[in-house]
Design a protein around this ligand. Structure first.
Ligand code: ATP
Ligand code: MG
Length: 418
C-alpha cells in the first residue's frame, strides 16, 4: 500500500509486520489483608515491601487477602495484559486486562500456596516464568497435626476404656450368675427345710400322738393315723412343688390371718395330742388390726412361710401358755408380730446365726432380707419371745394406695381368729 503526502510518499507492507518482542517484567505492587493496607515490619506479615518479598506467612485468621501487580511497560500501558493463578487452588490461569490488576482470595484453608503472575504487551509474549510469591497460611491450634494426634490418642484410650468396662460388666454378670446359682442352692435348702423337714416334724408329732393313744383309745389313734396319712400326702405334694419350683402362688387365694390360724390349729392339735398327760397346751389366737389389704401373692407366701416357722418354733420350743399372732395393716407397712409367754430364746442362739442342724432362724432371716423386710426379736429368759416382721407397704401391698387421703379416716378394726 502506498500513500502520498506533502512531505513525501509512504509505503506499507502488512506481510512484513512483526510481533513486538518486548516482554515486560511483572512486579507486585500492593498486598492487603481484608481490604486493609498492611504495614511493613513489627508483627506484620510483611517484613519488607511486597515487591521484594518472596514468601509471606499468614495466620488462619488472615486468610482474606488481595495482591496487586503491574507490568513495567510504559508504552501504551492500558493495552498490557495479565494472567495469574494460585497454585494449590486454581487449575488454570485467570487472564485480565490492565484495569483489573488485583487478585482477591477469601477464606483459604490452611496450607502453602504459590501465587504466580505474568504480563504481556498487547501482542507480546507472556513474561514467563513471571513473578512468584509463596504464601503459607498456618493452621489453627485445633487443625494442627499434634492436636489431631492427641484426639486420636484420646479416642483410642476411650475405646480401650469402653472395652475394659464391657469386660468388667461381663465379669460382673458372670459373678452374678455364679452368686445366683449359690443363692438358688441356698433357696432350695431353705425350701426343703420349710416344706419337707417341717412337714415331717409335724408328722412325727402326729405319729407319736397316735402311738400314745394306741393302748387306751385305739379309735382315736386310728383317726390320728388317718390325719397323719393325709398330712403325709400334703407334705409330698408340697415337697414336689418346692423341688420343681412350680408353686403357682399356693397361698395367694387365702387370707394371711386364715393361713396362720389353720397353721396354729394344726400345731396346737399336734401339741395337744403329745401333751395329753398334763393337758397344758398353749392357747393360740390371731388378731388383725387395720383395714385388710390385698397382699402381692409372692410376698404373702414369703410372709406366711416366715410366720409359720416362728409359730412352729414357738409351739416346739417355747413351752408357752399363750401364743398370739398379730397382723397389722398399717398405711405404710405390714406388720406381723408373734409373741409367746414361754421360756424365751437363749441370747447365744440369737447371736450365733447359723447352727448346724437348726436352719429355721437363718432361713427366716434370709427370707426377710430377700423381700426387703425387717425382722426383730425380743426375748427374755422366762418372760417369753416376740418376733416382729415389718414389710414396707410399697413391697407388701398388691396395689398402691392411691386413695391414701381418704384412707387416713378409715377406722382400725380388730378381729380375732382361732
Ligand atoms: N419361741 C421360742 N422360744 C424358745 N426358744 C426358741 C423359740 N424359737 C426358737 N427357739 C430356740 O432357737 C433355736 C433355733 O431355732 P431354729 O428354728 O433355728 O432351729 P430348730 O427349730 O431347732 O430346728 P429347725 O427349725 O431347723 O427344724 C431352737 O432350737 C430353740 O432352742
Ligand atoms: Mg425351727
Amino acid at each position: 500500500m502506498f500513500f502520498g503526502g506533502f512531505s513525501g510518499a509512504t509505503a506499507f507492507y502488512p506481510s512484513r509486520i512483526a510481533n513486538g518482542s518486548f516482554v515486560p517484567r511483572t512486579v507486585l505492587t500492593d498486598f492487603r489483608l481484608s481490604g486493609n493496607r498492611v504495614p511493613i515490619g513489627g508483627k506484620s506479615p510483611l517484613k519488607q515491601s511486597i515487591s521484594y518479598t518472596d514468601t509471606i506467612t499468614l495466620t488462619h485468621q488472615q486468610n482474606i487477602f488481595s495482591i496487586e501487580f503491574s507490568a513495567l511497560s510504559y508504552f501504551n500501558a492500558e493495552t498490557n495484559r495479565y494472567r495469574y493463578r494460585l497454585d494449590g487452588l486454581d487449575n488454570s490461569w485467570h487472564e485480565v486486562g490492565s484495569d483489573q490488576r488485583t487478585a482477591n482470595y477469601t477464606t483459604l484453608p490452611a496450607r502453602t500456596y504459590i501465587f504466580e503472575v505474568q504480563s504481556a504487551t498487547s501482542r507480546g509474549k507472556w513474561s514467563e516464568p513471571g513473578t512468584r510469591l509463596r504464601i503459607e497460611i498456618l493452621p489453627a491450634w485445633y487443625q494442627t497435626f499434634w492436636f489431631r494426634c492427641a484426639c486420636a490418642v484420646v479416642l483410642l484410650v476411650l475405646l480401650w476404656w469402653i472395652y475394659q468396662r464391657r469386660l468388667k460388666q461381663l465379669e460382673r454378670q458372670f459373678n452374678m450368675q455364679l452368686e445366683a446359682r449359690v443363692g438358688e442352692r441356698t433357696r432350695i435348702a431353705r425350701e426343703l427345710h420349710d416344706t419337707l423337714l417341717q412337714s415331717f416334724h409335724g408328722l412325727l408329732f402326729r405319729f407319736q400322738a397316735a402311738r400314745n393313744m394306741l393302748p387306751g383309745r385305739p379309735e382315736e389313734s386310728s383317726q390320728a393315723l388317718d390325719g397323719a396319712i393325709s398330712r403325709a400326702e400334703e407334705a409330698i405334694a408340697e415337697g414336689r412343688n418346692a423341688i420343681q419350683d412350680l408353686r403357682p402362688e399356693p397361698t395367694a387365694q387365702t387370707d394371711l390371718a386364715q393361713l396362720l390360724a389353720s397353721t396354729g390349729k394344726e400345731l396346737e392339735g399336734a401339741q395337744y395330742s403329745n401333751q395329753e398327760e398334763n393337758r397344758d397346751s398353749a392357747i393360740f389366737r390371731v388378731t388383725v388390726e387395720g383395714e385388710r389389704q390385698a397382699l402381692s401373692p409372692i410376698l404373702q407366701d414369703e410372709v406366711y412361710r416366715i410366720a409359720r416357722e416362728v409359730l412352729r418354733n414357738t409351739f416346739q420350743h417355747a413351752c408357752a401358755r399363750e401364743i398370739e399372732a398379730e397382723i397389722r395393716y398399717d398405711y405404710g407397712q405390714l406388720r406381723v408380730r408373734i409373741r409367746d409367754d414361754g421360756r424365751g430364746i437363749d441370747p447365744r442362739v440369737l447371736q450365733e446365726g447359723n447352727r448346724a442342724g437348726h436352719w429355721g432362724l437363718p432361713g427366716i432371716r434370709e427370707r426377710a432380707k430377700q423381700i426387703g423386710a425387717r425382722l426383730d426379736f425380743w426375748s427374755e429368759a422366762g418372760a417369753g419371745t416376740e418376733v416382729q416382721l415389718t414389710v414396707p407397704g410399697s413391697v407388701a401391698y398388691a396395689k398402691s394406695r392411691d386413695a391414701g387421703g381418704l384412707r387416713l379416716f378409715s377406722k382400725k378394726t380388730g378381729t380375732h381368729a382361732r
